[in-house]
Structures are given as C-alpha cells and as structure tokens.
Design a protein around this ligand. Structure first.
Ligand SMILES: *[C@@H]1O[C@H](CO)[C@@H](O)[C@H](O)[C@H]1NC(C)=O
Ligand SMILES: [Zn+2]
Length: 403
C-alpha cells in the first residue's frame, strides 16, 4: 500500500529537474511549485495519535506556564521565554535569540524574539509563528490581562506541534544522513528534508499604548530588518543557484504562517493573499478530512471555521506585515472578526474552548506533516536496533505502524 497519496498542484514533466538551477536564478522569490503529499487515512490517524496526547483541560500542560501577565520587558515575560526555551532545548532544536532595546511611548523596553529551527543547515524553511508577549496595561486590575487567545493558545499549539513532529523529523534526518532515505511514491525524502521546520515566538507584538507603525510589532520589525540584511554565505545552495540580488535569510522562507487570536470557539479564518490561497485550501481540507474521519470533536455549528471568501481589501496589522512588505509569502491564520474578549480581562482561560484547541493541534500537525512530506514510517527490522538518541521516536513509530 502506498504510504502517501500524493498529488501535485502543477504536474511537472521530468525534464523540469534539469531546469531547476535556471528557475532558481530567475525567480526573485524562491517559490518552487511544491508537491503537497496528502497523508493516507492510516497515516492521518497516526499523526493525530502522536505524543503528546490530547489536552485534558485548557490549562493543562503548556498553558499553565504561558497564561500569566507577560508584557514585553517584564519579569514574567522572561519567565515565559525561559519556559519556551527549555521546552525546545529538550527537543534538541537549534535556538536563536534576538535581544534588543527599542523606544516605546513609556521609555526604552528590552525585547527578545525566540527562533527555533529543527535543522539550521537546511536551505529552506516552513515557518510557523505566534507572539508570546501579552498586552501591557498600567493599572490594576487590567494589568492582570493574560491574553489567552492573544496569543498564549497559539504559542501552546506551536509547542505541541514541535513535540509531536520532532520524532518524525529526527527519524527522517537519521535515514537521510545514514543513506537510508526513502523513495516512496513520488516522494524523495532526501529532497524533502531540504525544507525544515522553523518556529518563531515574537516579542512585542502588542502596542504599549495605541497601535501605530512605531508602537506595535517591535519584535517582528526587528527580525524582518535583521534578516533582510543578513546575506547567505556563498556556500549556501541559494547563493549558488542565483545571481542577483544576493539572497538573504528572508529568501530561505517558503512561507510564514502566522497564528493569532485563536483558541476560542468558532473562529472565522480567511485567505488574505493570492499566493497562499492554495495553502489556505490545504488547511481547510485537512480540517474537513479530520472531521470526516471522526478524528476531531466538532461542536454543533462549528463546521465553518474556514471561510470560502477571499479577503483582499485592507489588512490586519500583525507580525506578518514587515515580512510581507519584504516579499515573504504569508498565510495569516487569525480569527476575523476578533474574539469577543479581545484586549479585555475576559481573555483568560475561560475564553478558551478545549475542543477548539484540540482541533487546532490536529489540524496543525497534519497540515505541517503534509507540507514537509513527513510520514510516520514503518521501520524495517534491520533498522530497529540502530537509532541512537532517537530510540524513543523509533519505538513510537513501530508502535504506531501496528495500529
Ligand atoms: C506575574 O505572574 C504571576 C502569575 O504567575 C502574577 O500573579 C503576577 O501578577 C505577574 N506579575 C506581574 C508584574 O504582572
Ligand atoms: Zn493583542
């Protein structure tokens, strides 16, 4: 039985491969048509069953550590950074931090973005992001605002995603580096592994006072500017394949998927950008399939999260803006209209919906696995005794393959 059902958005003739270097040099943005490998029903189920298990309450696990007032520059903000950092270091991901100070309406504040990359040497990245700061309010009781949907829950989804997919990423990396990369049904693992997963936690998304161009998205503006002026070394595959302009870190981003204002019931998600309409459709299709397969609990009237209406006018100001301006492809996954509790003390644990959060976890796991062509593989017996540091993941894979 084929392990992955695959289809191509743009069926390509085989001589296309010979044209790749040329196309690379011609394309300003590095958006090669991507084959999206749709998981088989069995693999779909296996991905949803990966560890960690489904959340049992809205404050179980990560949210307990994230749901505190955590405005930029505060001690609590640092505590949240330390929590996220330790979670990723135990997963073995590469960490970058970008500490910097910026002027705000209440004086200089220290900000710090956290960036995690599974394989820092991979030439391309799928990036998922959310902001971890909460909005600053000067006085009690508003200063106890914890921003559950804004954006503690999206940060928790990203932590869950990294935990669930790390064993699969490691297992694939092990196969690739040991010359055992799989060739399955139009899927070449060695090639697929050139696109890695990166997760960004932005600091300073919130305006300190009122939202303006200079009082908002402090972390995202800093990072987009830094990456736009950080050129890739001549040894980087993108440098070799292109002539001008000299590629920067921004050129290594396939797409930036920004999550914001999620975790409550019945969000409305739209597609905003033509070049990622197809990804919006893929995400919507993942949701539909999970519902059809009975792999997510859907409350009555909650079928229509993904709205089949293209939002082209105006733009929601958010962390994606400085990247969008610099030509990065964006998928903005944000509830529009905003949650009713937006920037209100009521945006706490009680605003979160457990079924909605479980549904997001599963959608994101499957969507990301399909984008990266990650499949829960069946290990052959000869491979089982040789997985070094990844024995836990290998055991899991073996277990899942028998479901
Ligand atoms: C920091 O978080 C705790 C909850 O862990 C909260 O009680 C406290 O008020 C927060 N500190 C500030 C300055 O907001
Ligand atoms: Zn906000």
């Amino acid at each position: 039985m084929p392990s992955a059902r695959s289809f191509s958005r743009h069926p390509l003739p085989s001589y296309f491969l010979l044209l790749l270097p040329l196309l690379y040099s011609l394309c300003l943005a590095d958006h090669l048509p991507r084959t999206f490998h749709t998981l088989s029903d069995t693999h779909l189920k296996q991905i949803t069953q990966l560890s960690p298990p489904q959340w049992t309450s809205v404050t179980s696990g990560h949210l307990e550590h994230l749901l505190i007032p955590r405005p930029s520059g505060s001690e609590n903000n640092t505590l949240v950074q330390q929590y996220i950092s330790s979670a990723f270091s135990s997963l073995g991901w590469h960490e970058d931090q970008t500490p910097f100070t910026d002027d705000t309406p209440i004086g200089p504040i220290k900000f710090n973005n956290l960036i995690y990359t599974f394989d820092p040497l991979a030439p391309r990245k799928l990036v998922l992001a959310a902001h971890f700061d909460s909005k600053y309010f000067p006085t009690y009781p508003e200063n106890q605002f914890v921003g559950a949907t804004d954006s503690a829950a999206p940060c928790a989804f990203l932590l869950d995603l990294a935990e669930a997919l790390t064993p699969l990423l490691k297992e694939r990396q092990r196969r690739v580096t040991s010359g055992q990369a799989l060739l399955l049904d139009g899927l070449d693992e060695e090639e697929e592994a050139e696109t890695t997963l990166q997760i960004i936690f932005f600091d300073g998304e919130e305006a300190v006072k009122d939202w303006t161009d200079t009082d908002s998205i402090y972390g995202a503006r800093h990072l987009a500017e830094t990456w736009e002026t950080t050129f890739l070394p001549p040894s980087h595959p993108l440098s070799k394949r292109r002539y001008s302009p000299t590629p920067t870190i921004l050129n290594t981003i396939d797409v930036l998927i920004l999550l914001d204002l999620l975790g409550d019931s019945n969000p409305r998600i739209h597609s905003y950008y033509r070049d990622t309409d197809w990804l919006f459709t893929q995400m919507s299709d993942v949701d539909k399939r999970l519902r059809q397969e009975g792999l997510i609990d859907v409350e009555k009237g909650e079928e229509g999260w993904f709205v089949d209406f293209k939002m082209r006018k105006g733009m929601i100001g958010d962390d994606h803006a400085p990247f969008l301006e610099r030509g990065v492809s964006i998928l903005h996954v944000i509830s529009n209209p905003f949650p009713k509790v937006w920037h209100n003390l009521a945006d706490d644990a009680s605003a979160l919906s457990l079924p909605a959060m479980r549904r997001w976890n599963r959608i994101l796991r499957v969507f990301t696995a399909e984008y990266l062509s990650l499949i829960p593989t069946t290990n052959t017996p000869s491979q089982r005794n040789d997985h070094g540091p990844y024995s836990r993941s290998a055991d899991e894979l073996v277990r899942y393959s028998s479901i």
